[in-house]
Design a protein around this ligand. Structure first.
Ligand code: ADP
Length: 429
């Protein structure tokens, strides 16, 4: 039924009943009795209305749905409607609070920075990522102009020019950021920052790798093509020169083959879905084999010995053999004739340890941290002379990373180097 009818019908009925009762009284006990009854009834009704008005006014001071009084007459309907409105309000408010909490949490977890500013660039709110990217502090900087807080000429120019449809690449606080301003509502703007430092670094590494690999492959290829052109242009080349050329070409061909093999190994080791084939590795036997290979490579030019006293381990036999073999071959290649090399396999306190100590050319301290970078060499020409690909130590680093191990390098120029591989104790069988 219509709310107004719900209000008026009972009210009119009540008034009619009262008037009829007063009429009956009048006819039975005279006019005064009827008037007294009517006045009394009106006073009582007025009192009831005032009482409910008072209850309503008290409730409005603290309007909780649970505290709403029950009513009488038309008040029952009014209180019921107020109760429903209030309950809906409370539910909406609870939902809103929950949404706000979720929004805040999402903004806290967002890796991108978000700053809300008004139309004259005063900071209203920012999330923790924006604090980190731009060096802001929400509580401290609230109400301050963003251009006074982020003091970068590029950023200020971007804001002044107002060409917000293209983002700005900004170098700030040793980070590379992509910054964009998005106007929203009438008088607000959102500043979004995206940190691309890491992806730029990876992109740069990728570019460097391609440039280095191409350069490394081009050098031997140039030699081979050069000799081929000589052979084509000089059909009557004497057999001795031709044989010498063929020997050099074969050497360069092997160099390219080694390089491509190392590049493939490295890319396999770096790939996240290349599984580690764990097996029992008989380390003493493997080190004996590495010793024999080092001696073969040295061809009697060095004194090479081994002290083998460590356990077998659980790991990838192929990968460990390639890593440890690389260190031994480096020792041979960077130790002048007559030098000595010692391979050691021991069980240390923290876990098993392999080391290669040589009395070779040594490495200046400034190079040591960069030796495991791909294609990093202290002396390029020496590395090429010794058939180095520049990828050996990068392979060692990745194999050790995959096994939870680490590489330590101690070296002194002119005296020699020691490369120490530390493996975790959990690998011991
Ligand atoms: P490469 O194929 O050039 O030997 P590596 O990655 O194996 O590449 O080694 C990187 C560089 O580290 C080498 O070019 C060399 O300058 C230096 N190096 C590695 N091992 C030794 C060593 N035992 N003594 C001196 N220098 C070394």
């Amino acid at each position: 039924m219509n709310q107004r009818l719900l209000f008026w019908v009972p009210a009119v009925l009540r008034m009619a009943v009262l008037l009829v009762a007063a009429g009956v009284f009048w006819s039975m006990f005279g006019f005064e009795a009827g008037l007294v009854l009517l006045s009394l009834a009106l006073v009582v009704m007025l009192f009831i209305q005032l009482r409910y008005l008072d209850q309503l006014s008290t409730w409005l001071d603290d309007p909780q749905s649970a505290r709403l009084p029950d009513g009488w007459g038309a008040w029952t309907n009014i209180f019921a409607r107020l109760y429903r409105m209030r309950r809906d309000d409370e539910r909406n408010q609870a939902e809103l609070t929950e949404w706000l909490a979720r929004f805040r949490q999402a903004m806290h977890l967002l890796p991108d920075g978000v700053v809300i500013m008004d139309d004259v660039l005063f900071l209203e709110w920012c999330n923790p990522a924006a604090e980190q990217h731009l060096g802001l502090q929400h509580q401290r900087d609230k109400g301050m102009r963003v251009t006074n807080l982020v003091r970068s000429p590029d950023f200020i120019d971007y804001i002044i020019l107002g060409r917000y449809d293209t983002p700005l690449t900004l170098s700030l606080r040793e980070r590379k950021l992509i910054v964009q301003i998005i106007p929203f509502e009438n008088r607000r703007q959102i500043l979004v920052t995206h940190d691309v430092t890491e992806s730029e670094r990876i992109e740069e590494m990728r570019r460097d790798f391609i440039a280095n690999a191409s350069h490394e492959l081009r050098t031997p290829l140039t030699v081979i093509v050069g000799f081929l052109e000589i052979a084509l242009g000089t059909p009557d080349l004497d057999p001795a020169t031709r044989a010498a050329h063929l020997k050099l070409m074969a050497e360069q061909g092997h160099r390219m083959q080694n390089l491509i093999e190392d590049m493939l190994t490295l890319s396999r080791l770096e790939s996240l879905d290349y599984p580690l084939k764990v097996e029992r590795v008989p380390m003493p036997a493997m080190i004996e084999q590495i010793l024999a290979e080092a001696r073969a490579l040295s061809n009697g030019k060095h004194t090479i010995t081994a002290e083998i006293d460590g356990p077998d381990v659980q790991g990838s036999g192929d990968e460990l053999r390639s890593a440890l073999g690389n260190l031994a071959s480096n020792a041979v290649r960077y130790t002048p004739e007559g030098g000595s090399i010692v391979l050691r396999w021991t069980m240390g306190q923290g876990g098993p340890q392999f080391s290669v100590q040589d009395s070779g050319i040594g490495i200046d301290a400034k190079h040591i941290a960069r030796l495991t970078e791909r294609f990093y060499r202290v002396d390029k020409s020496r590395s090429r002379e010794t058939q180095g690909t520049g990828l050996g130590l990068a392979i060692v680093k990745h194999v050790l990373l995959r096994h939870g191990g680490s590489l330590q390098i101690q070296s002194e120029v002119g005296k020699g180097s020691t490369f120490i591989v530390k493996l975790p104790a959990s690998m011991v069988v």
